[in-house]
Design a protein around this ligand. Structure first.
Ligand code: RB5
Length: 149
């Protein structure tokens, strides 16, 4: 799978550990950094890069890492076609895809440890949208809200 990943200084070095795991698992990774956790930067800049990849269809899924995962999820959901969620439990990481068709996983590097983060990533990537009528119907309502403005 082609996966875009980005992180601000708060998400470093978890982002690099995730990139390593993804490559090891045979995924194609579009790595937007940061590669320097000592340099304060702004999570929306990485959100635009990862979200843009999703919007243009250059990546199937995205992963965003910041300190808490909160800022990244707020910002990512401003982008049309991006459905992002902060998931720190494995149930949400797969159910969010199966029911809500999320295409971006947000993680907080100051909240979860490496092993849980990697498990969350694996769970998110293995999950598929069920396509069941009730979920399609609900998503259509979400998309309609997105197109209101
Ligand atoms: C950066 O210090 C931190 O505010 C950011 O990574 C993130 O946690 C925001 O939600």
């Amino acid at each position: 799978m082609r996966i875009a990943i980005g992180a601000d200084h708060g998400g470093f070095p978890l982002n690099e550990q995730i990139v390593e795991e993804l490559k090891h698992a045979g995924h194609e990774v579009v790595d937007f950094g940061t590669h320097d956790g000592g340099q304060p930067d702004d999570y929306p800049d990485y959100v635009r890069l990862v979200g843009g990849s999703i919007q243009r269809g250059e990546a199937e899924r995205g992963i965003l890492v910041c300190g808490s995962g909160v800022g990244a999820s707020v910002a990512a959901n401003k982008l049309r076609g991006v459905r992002a969620c902060l998931c720190h439990d494995t149930y949400s990481a797969h159910q969010g895809v199966e029911h809500d068709d999320i295409n971006v996983l947000c993680l907080g590097a100051r909240v979860v440890g490496r092993e849980l983060a990697l498990e969350l990533v694996r769970t998110f990537l293995h999950a598929r949208f069920t396509g069941e009528e009730r979920h399609v119907r609900r998503l259509a309502k979400v998309t309609k809200m997105e197109n209101c403005f």
